[in-house]
Design a protein around this ligand. Structure first.
Ligand code: BGC
Length: 733
């Protein structure tokens, strides 16, 4: 929980009283390490020149070999830098020493970084981890990341990413916990607890940064950075709740998103930043822009010049400028001319200093020498946690004829370049991992003692090697094909207009299937894929995502039956790309999708997702019975009996949904409102009770007001958003 003691608040105020305007603006300036020397154009342009082919990779590397890194030491000494992105603990200490010992007021720096799914110990990407439906796990992985990063000087995580995302074309679906506001909110709260909660030592916690505020996940057509138009009710009901939950859980900082929202970029949006976040929610921390975003307001066409963009951002409530130096260069003049009130600067500086105070940086600014190498070798308990998370995130999508789990006696043809890759298992946005820590699927299976031969055959970006395919078809009793996306195919600036398996991989599966041998597709990917063909042709499909350093052992354990899969989809899978955006909690239409023509459907794809939110099979099976809903005053209690009808122990994720049947604005057909996991032995039945607070059964109207409306509600309980029992209840508020 981000909260200051009275003494800490006094210290901040006293310091503020001593600061010049320049020093206050300095706190609002975040620098990244600039690459300088050896070239005449800005570094960003140099990268662009390399990516668009104006210079070759070799030429780029040659230029870089003579370049130097500028850490802005002089500006730090002058008190003109508040934070930086650096991840070398010795460098952090060196720069911190300048700030603390050589600047006039000795204000320490914050060091921020994108620690999205682990620091040294990389665990599953968020869309995968969310599918574990395990709040305690979410907290434990965050705590591990906080501890590891703080020993490297990184005391500020640009995480958790809380963008509700419903369009799988958007590359950043990989970074966030899926399509459902309730699940994303649970993820949000538990991540804050893990990152910020253990204040027993300054080495244990970091400041979280909620991003991207707000509605970035709704970018039109899933094209990154694109515009967002959205009714206020949708914004309040679906996109703001995770941020609100995390603010209530005590998050220290927030990052504004790149997109415009109804015509106003979130970087300069007074409605979202000032009115909602700071005034209505009383968020006490500070807000940082996304990288370069203040400058990009000129491109948006909302600001005529860079100074104008800076003025608008500051006035809207943007406390920190990430990387453009616009505040540093222009804010003083804007204050002096009266365009930006001094109170805006005072408020920002106070918010920033307060977070630094809470982080303990004024008292212990340096990374202790003895902590720096603590995670040189990954501790076994960190690996074990990464493995637990990876195993829990794997989703069994299809298992015709019980092909899985594989039998120890079966010879395996392991196919696909991804199967032997150590890099690709990491996924988007991991910055501090080492290849030597990663265990590929091939290595995982070998360690588990599987009898296998490996045939690369083809990868997401390569041609099919026919000899390999022939040999693979001959060798194994079963073929395990690891297919999917490289890590670079999801994440920022990685939107795809066609989300089928990339390259020749579908063709590869076809060739393997032609052998007549059983084929298991292990998917390694950062987004829901359009799997219509695969679902029709491949008998067994395991969704393995990008699972982090322990991906190999986790996948092997599930394939070989040591672990019964329990992961669920945090995002619906379309059958074909054209169905995007697709999500279970959609509004009804006047003509709900059905079999007949004049209903809300696609002629060539129907209206149902191929695999819906909350879906995931097990090596056993579960049935539901006897749903009852009891009105217990302030809450409803839904009880349902769940039976393990299969032959082995398994874990079932029991999900509770509600529908407000008739309301003053149309409401979603289903909304998740609770979940729990139960472990059941074969034949065992347990009664599971989930409670639903009546206060949580309302919604926001278009004026942004939360209302509860009495009337008929449907309560659904089941093993996915599609397969539920339903009861009806009239609720009076
Ligand atoms: C991304 C943010 C990230 C920032 C700093 C931006 O491009 O959108 O998510 O935190 O860079 O690395």
């Amino acid at each position: 929980m981000y909260r200051l003691t009275a003494e800490q608040k006094n210290r901040v105020r006293a310091l503020l009283g001593e600061m010049t305007l320049d020093e206050k603006i300095g706190q609002m300036n975040q620098e990244s390490v600039s690459i300088v020397g050896g070239f005449d154009v800005p570094f960003e342009e140099l990268i662009e020149m390399m990516t668009d082919g104006r210079i070759t990779q070799e030429e780029f590397e040659k230029i870089m070999s003579t370049a130097q890194q500028d850490y802005h030491e002089d500006d730090i000494r002058a008190g003109l830098v508040g934070s930086l992105m650096v991840q070398d603990p010795r460098k952090c200490n060196e720069l911190q020493k300048i700030a603390v010992e050589e600047s006039r007021l000795g204000i320490p720096l914050m060091f921020g970084l994108d620690v999205i799914h682990g620091y040294r110990t990389v665990y599953p990407i968020a869309i995968a981890e969310a599918g574990a439906f395990d709040p305690d796990l979410f907290t434990r992985t965050a705590r591990m990341a906080a501890k590891e990063s703080r020993t490297q000087g990184v005391n500020w995580h640009f995480a958790p990413m809380l963008d509700v995302a419903r369009d799988a074309r958007w590359g950043r679906v990989s970074e966030g916990p899926g399509e459902d506001p309730y699940l994303v909110s649970q993820f949000a709260k538990t991540k804050i607890k893990g990152l910020q909660g253990d204040m027993s030592s300054t080495e244990n916690y970091v400041a979280a940064c909620l991003k991207h505020y707000v509605a970035y996940g709704a970018c039109e057509s899933g094209r990154d950075y694109n515009t967002v138009s959205m009714a206020p009710s949708m914004l309040h009901n679906s996109y703001l709740p995770p941020f609100k939950a995390a603010v209530e859980a005590g998050a220290a900082t927030v990052m504004a998103s790149f997109n415009d929202l109804n015509g106003v970029p979130c970087t300069v949006n007074p409605y979202t930043l000032r009115h909602i976040l700071k005034e209505s929610w009383k968020f006490p921390g500070f807000v940082v822009s996304d990288a370069n975003a203040i400058r990009e307001c000129v491109n948006h066409g909302i600001a005529a010049t860079e100074p104008d963009a800076g003025t608008q951002a500051a006035n809207a409530g943007m406390d920190v400028d990430m990387g453009t130096q616009i505040y540093k260069k222009h804010l003083k003049a804007a204050v002096e001319s009266g365009e930006v009130p001094m109170s805006v600067i005072d408020e920002a500086a106070e918010r920033i200093l307060s977070v630094k105070m809470w982080l303990g940086l004024f008292d212990r600014p340096y990374v202790p020498e003895e902590a720096m190498d603590r995670y040189e070798v990954l501790p076994e308990e960190h690996r074990a946690l990464a493995r637990e998370a990876a195993e829990k995130a794997i989703v069994l999508l299809k298992n015709e004829g019980d092909i899985l789990p594989l039998k120890k006696s079966q010879k395996i043809s392991l196919v696909g370049q991804l199967a032997a890759s150590r890099e690709e298992i990491i996924g988007a946005w991991a910055m501090s991992w080492r290849e030597s820590d990663c265990v590929s699927i091939k290595e995982g299976l070998e360690r588990a003692g599987a009898e296998l031969k490996y045939f690369p055959c083809c990868g997401p970006e390569t041609e099919i090697n026919r000899d390999d395919v022939e040999a693979a078809c001959q060798y194994g009793d079963v073929i395990v094909a690891v297919v999917g996306e490289t890590d670079a195919m999801s994440g920022e600036a990685a939107s795809r207009a066609d989300i089928t398996l990339p390259g020749r991989q579908r063709e590869l599966l076809g060739k393997l299937l032609a052998s007549g041998k059983p084929v298991v597709a292990c998917l390694m990917n950062g987004r829901p894929l359009a799997l219509k063909w695969e679902a029709e042709h491949v008998p067994a499909i395991l969704e393995c995502w990008h699972l982090g350093v322990e991906m190999g052992p986790a996948v092997a354990n599930v394939l070989l039956g040591g672990k019964n899969p329990e992961g669920r989809l945090a995002s619906s899978f379309p059958a074909v790309t054209g169905m995007c955006p697709i999500y279970y909690n959609h509004m009804n239409t006047g003509r709900p999708g059905g079999r007949s023509k004049f209903t809300s459907r696609f002629m060539d794809a129907g209206f149902e997702p191929l695999y819906p939110f909350g879906y995931g099979l097990s090596y056993t099976s579960f049935t539901y019975s006897d749903l009852t809903v009891e009105d217990a005053g302030d809450e409803l209690r839904a009880a349902v009996r769940v039976t393990n009808t299969g032959g082995r122990e398994g874990v079932e994720t029991v999900q509770l949904y509600m529908q407000d049947v008739t309301a003053s604005i149309v409401r979603p057909v289903k909304e998740l409102r609770g979940f729990t996991k139960v472990k059941l032995a074969p034949g065992e039945t347990k009664s599971v009770t989930l409670t639903l607070k009546k206060a949580d059964m309302g919604f926001y109207n278009d004026a942004g007001e939360y209302v509860t409306e009495s009337g008929l509600f449907r309560i659904h309980a089941g093993g996915s958003s599609r397969d539920c029992l339903t009861a009806e209840v009239t609720v009076n508020f």
